[in-house]
Design a protein around this ligand. Structure first.
Ligand SMILES: [Mg+2]
Length: 265
């Protein structure tokens, strides 16, 4: 499951870290969605969350002192539809943090969404198989199904043009390039969650470039788990969303035992 490396201690250490973290009186469990709770697929509309991960999050949501959240680049409405079974306690943050109760007023940043859209449309015209997704707070140009050699120069061109969009910032991802309002970030959303819930320990699971800032924001004793490839700040790396599901189930089991041990008999 986990891979060893300088930033990646053994799996037994991860199991111990989860057991230790599960005993924090207030615990924040936050995760990305695509590539982390759901395997990456050719089109976002085809993604299905791992059923064991959903079940574990459902259990965690109902536990005393546990706060759960999804922080994703997806539109919030799409996350709500995919995770409806988990329950209203799950905090769902979409559009890289732009869709959350604590989001910055990005409308005031004068983000030129139309310019970003035109640039992405140009990219899609030049690269067959790529396509453009308009989100509530940004534009995503997807090229997952495209020839990577053909994509290279067009990607460089779109990236350079996105960088000049008024009020915007470029967010690279796995076979996707996005232009979103300046100041919006998953790390900002994660910090807002921490301020809201004041956890003694936080978990974060993520697989992609936009998750890197969240890993960097973790405090000593927090648990950061990268999926697919190691990320700076993530203490552990696992191979797939199935592994994330196993870890969430372990966390749910540990927390349940700990809560039971503290309840009056
Ligand atoms: Mg992801």
């Amino acid at each position: 499951m986990s891979r060893r490396g300088p930033e990646n201690p053994s799996f037994s250490e991860l199991v111990s870290a989860i057991a230790r973290a599960a005993r924090a009186p207030r615990l924040l469990v936050a995760s990305d969605f695509d590539g982390t709770l759901a395997p990456l697929v050719g089109h976002p509309s085809l993604a299905v969350p791992n059923s064991l991960a959903v079940s574990a999050l459902h259990r965690l949501c109902g536990m005393t002192g546990v706060y759960t959240a999804i922080i994703s680049g997806r539109p919030r409405a799409s996350l709500h539809a995919l995770l409806a079974d988990i329950g209203p306690e799950l905090e769902i943050i979409g559009s890289h943090g732009a869709e959350s109760p604590w989001a910055i007023d990005w409308h005031a940043r004068d983000f030129d969404l139309d310019a970003a859209r035109d640039i992405a449309d140009d990219g899609a015209r030049q690269l067959p198989g790529s396509w453009v997704e308009q989100k509530p707070a940004g534009i995503a140009w997807h090229f997952r199904a495209c020839d990577p050699i053909a994509a290279g120069p067009i990607l460089a061109q779109v990236r350079a043009r996105f960088a000049h969009v008024r009020g915007g910032q470029v967010v690279p991802g796995l076979q996707v390039l996005e232009c979103i309002p300046q100041g919006v970030s998953k790390a900002f959303a994660f910090e807002a969650l921490r301020r809201q819930f004041a956890p003694g320990c936080s978990f974060f699971f993520g697989d992609d470039e936009p998750d890197a800032d969240v890993f960097a924001a973790l405090a000593p004793g927090d648990v950061g788990v990268a999926v697919g490839a190691p990320r700076p700040g993530a203490g552990w790396t696992v191979a797939s969303p199935s592994d994330v599901a196993c870890l969430l189930l372990q966390l749910a089991d540990e927390r349940e035992r700990w809560n039971l041990s503290r309840s009056p008999r």
